[in-house]
Design a protein around this ligand. Structure first.
Ligand code: FES
Length: 174
C-alpha cells in the first residue's frame, strides 16, 4: 500500500511540474513582442491604356459601333443610348461601351436595339446596356465588362478602364 502511495505522489509531482511548464510556455507566448498588423499587399495594379475609340460624331443613336479595348483582341461596342444612364459619358450622359465577349464561355454577343440588350447566341445570356451591363438572363455568372469612358471637349471618346474581367483573361491588360 505504501508503494502505491509513493507512485501516486510521484504522479502528482510530475503533473505539477508539467503544469508549471505549460504555464511558463503560455506566459512566454503572451509576452512575445507583438508585430503590428499590416494590410495585405494590394492586388497587382492594372494600368489601363487610355485609348481613343471614336468621336461622338461617329455614333448613331442606338446603333452599336464596333471597337476594341483594351487591345484589338478584345472586341466591344460603343453605344449612344439616347437616354441618360448611370455611368454614361458625354454631354447627354448616354454613351456607354461594353466588351462583346460573353463572360460565360466567350461567344460573341449581338445587340438588340429594341430592348437595348447584348445577347449571347451560345447559352442565351442577356445583358442590359442601360443598367451597366447587368446580366438579366442566362448562364453567365458575372455582368458584362463595361468601359470607363471619358469624352473630351472635341468629342473624342476615350476608354480608360473596365469594371469586370474580360472572358478568358487573367488580366484585362495582357
Ligand atoms: Fe454566353 Fe454561354 S457563352 S451564355
Amino acid at each position: 500500500m505504501e508503494r502505491c502511495n509513493r507512485l501516486v505522489d510521484v504522479g502528482r509531482r510530475q503533473f505539477l511540474r508539467g503544469s508549471a511548464f505549460a504555464a511558463a510556455g503560455a506566459a512566454a507566448a503572451v509576452s512575445l513582442p507583438v508585430t503590428p498588423a499590416r494590410a495585405a499587399p494590394g492586388l497587382a495594379l492594372v494600368e489601363y491604356p487610355s485609348n481613343r475609340l471614336a468621336n461622338i460624331a461617329d455614333l448613331k443613336p442606338n446603333e452599336p459601333l464596333d471597337v476594341g479595348y483594351p487591345d484589338d483582341n478584345a472586341p466591344g461596342v460603343l453605344l449612344k443610348l439616347g437616354t441618360r444612364v448611370e455611368g454614361g459619358a458625354g454631354p447627354d450622359g448616354d454613351i456607354v461601351g461594353f466588351s462583346t465577349v460573353c463572360p460565360h464561355k466567350g461567344f460573341p454577343l449581338n445587340y438588340n436595339a429594341e430592348d437595348r440588350t447584348l445577347n449571347c447566341p451560345g447559352h442565351y445570356s442577356r445583358f442590359d446596356c442601360e443598367a451597366g451591363g447587368l446580366q438579366i438572363w442566362g448562364q453567365a455568372t458575372q455582368n458584362l465588362p463595361q468601359y470607363q469612358l471619358r469624352v473630351d471637349k472635341k468629342g473624342d471618346i476615350f476608354a480608360e478602364g473596365l469594371d469586370e474581367l474580360i472572358y478568358g483573361r487573367l488580366s484585362n491588360v495582357l
